[in-house]
Design a protein around this ligand. Sequence first.
Ligand code: PMP
Length: 430
Amino acid sequence: MTSDDLAFDRDHIWHPYTSMSEPLPCYPVVSAQGVHLQLADGRQLVDGMSSWWAAIHGYNHPRLNQALQTQMAQMSHVMFGGITHPAAVALCRRLVAMTPAPLECVFLADSGSVAVEVAMKMALQYWQARGERRQRFLTLRRGYHGDTFSAMSVCDPDNSMHNLWQGYLPNHLFAPAPQRRFDDSWDEADIAEFAALMETHADSIAAVILEPIVQGAGGMRFYHPRYLQRVRELCDRHQVLLIADEIATGFGRTGELFACDHADIAPDILCLGKALTGGTMTLSATLTTRVVANTISNGAAGCFMHGPTFMGNPLACAVAEASLALLQEGEWKQQVAAIERQLRAALLPLASHPQVEDARVLGAIGVIESRQPVNMAAIQRFFVDQGVWIRPFGRLIYLMPPYVIDADRLARLTQAIEAALDRPDLFLPA
Ligand code: PMP
């Protein structure tokens, strides 16, 4: 890439959550292989992000590439209205088999945010079909569910700046973020406000929507499995649907195949995305129960009112099927356990560092919460100079490497974080 390309990028192309008038620098990546990103200037970076939870098997995986090539030779795309194809059937067979038993009906869409839109719309249509006007969602503070409007309406009101959207977003119900951590002893007080909101508003709540166990973009927090069990019990008692957004946590990241497995519960609606295709392309799936699907289908509309142009895209389905096949060979379990052990050994002792507010690890996720917010441009440059790709935000410096990373490369990631903590110039005033 030439400096002219970079200038064009800076002047004309939006990047995620980035100013168009004063953009932070972007690093040109020209290829990626295994756990490495190749920069245009020849430097190679060890990837600590899995491209935001997605590239669990590493980049340029031969089996994923093969699945894409085989499918491409058949057809890259065909409409899903009135047509089906082997790639979608094979993928959905796997999804139905590997997710909790009650989830049987799969809706394929293009991104995580759309999976959340679909899930919320399913819940609304379910109640409409039952003749009840339930329009509200109950959710948790510090949650994150995507950037489209319905998804945004159930994101943490502070993080997603609901004040900016006053009058644009429906008013949903927010319980306090769970406080008991994953490894803490359980305290029933943690669920009290959630239970009270449920008690007061049950008749108007269509569904609870939450990220099970790991609150991701809203704070990288790991909460107690008992909380999730209590939510399931309360949903059952009040006949409210439960939507689990496992777009980030799904497919092994937390040490279980799905985060719901930590609590041994099944949601009524499950959202999947990100790692579904092994990080090769965008695809999401929203699964639900036969009861929800039939209720919607037997309602006044006679169907679920949604159908994106690229629904069931064969390329995406084929590569997702290959990714799930790889996952189901089972190596992820040892890989994630090994990453967890190493992250615990390397990161948890940093909790006593004067710059560190908290250190936590769950599965293949390691988090350092700093006392001061990072200086994004400076810390990004520092990490690239150290030969690693780590992209913090706010006071969160975190790792979620591809499952295939080896001990030496993982050590380079944790050592780079340790070194950054000793550099006051990489942080902004608190
Ligand atoms: N839900 C969760 C829990 C997520 O982490 C994300 C993405 N960060 C989304 C939904 C939205 O997915 P997408 O970015 O693919 O729209």
